[in-house]
Ligand binder design. Structure first.
Ligand SMILES: C[S@@+](CC[C@H](N)C(=O)[O-])C[C@H]1O[C@@H](n2cnc3c(N)ncnc32)[C@H](O)[C@@H]1O
Length: 257
């Protein structure tokens, strides 16, 4: 199979697929309640196209709630982890499709829900939504969600983000003044936008794996990334000698048509 252009699209995250799989957090239960409420789609029995599914964090959570998920991603390594993790689990079938979310190899009107978890900002803002609409049934809905560190809620977290902003040229996050959520709500007819706060309990080493899985870290040389992670580890250990962080988080959810 020739996967040339798809391989290019998937390259950023394929380089950090193991760190992504091990370090990234899931989403709180409240997200799934809010998604179902706002979209009017019962997740149990729904057909969901999860675009930019990556290692399957949202895919697996939708599946345990009874959705039949078609997981789409151009990252060979990311999708391989999704496939191996879902293979051993009970639940509805998951179809893993190596493809570009801007040109879905799916028929018209097959889905109740199209989801983008931390992914829509990697796609073309216009053709992605046109494709989502094409594959949705007439009463279907589109949802984008992003997990963020809520830096304003804890001094140590604000300091952590500020150190990243200073040291990593490609950093984009809450410590950057012009930072804002991806403008998905401007790309469709909004039904609802919500912020869902939650707290993540995580060991320092898993938190640092999460750091390594960000695209701005993948852009650094290996030595520079190691040096940066070492600096963050030293600061976090000072603040949390017991090694467990309580991280204030919030999920931004936008649901539309
Ligand atoms: C930050 S990860 C999100 C993974 C997962 N949805 C989650 O919640 O953790 C972004 C994903 O978007 C994928 N991606 C990038 N460009 C894409 C495109 N054009 N179409 C579909 N997915 C794309 C990447 O390969 C990556 O797996």
């Amino acid at each position: 199979m020739n996967i040339g252009p798809i391989k290019d699209l998937g390259r950023v995250f394929d380089r950090v697929a193991d760190a992504y799989d091990a370090g990234r957090p899931g989403y709180p239960d409240e997200l799934y309640r809010a998604l179902s409420e706002a979209s009017g789609v019962d997740l149990d029995g729904a057909t969901t196209v999860d675009i930019g599914a990556g290692t399957g964090i949202l895919t697996r959570a939708l599946r345990v709630r009874g959705s039949q998920v078609i997981a789409v991603d151009p990252g060979v390594e990311m999708l391989a982890r999704l496939v191996s993790k879902t293979a051993g689990e009970q639940g509805t079938p998951v179809a893993a499709v190596l493809a570009d979310g801007n040109a879905l190899p799916l028929a018209d009107g097959v889905a109740d829900l199209v989801t983008y978890a931390q992914s829509w900002h990697w796609l073309d803002p216009v053709s992605s939504i046109a494709e989502a609409r094409r594959v949705l049934r007439p009463d279907g809905a589109i949802a984008g969600c992003w997990n963020f560190n809520h830096a304003a809620q804890a001094e140590w977290l604000a300091a952590y983000e500020a150190r990243l902003a200073e040291a990593v040229p490609a950093y984009y996050g809450p410590a950057v003044e012009e930072w804002s959520v991806p403008p998905i709500a401007a790309a469709f007819e909004v039904i609802e936008e919500r912020w869902i706060p939650w707290t993540r309990l995580v060991g320092i080493e898993d938190f640092l794996l999460d750091l390594r899985s960000h695209s701005y870290m993948a852009a650094l040389s290996a030595d520079r990334a190691d040096e940066l992670v070492e600096g963050q580890r030293a600061e976090l250990r000072k603040a949390f000698p017991e090694g467990v962080l309580s991280v204030p988080m919030r999920v931004y959810l936008a649901v539309g048509r």
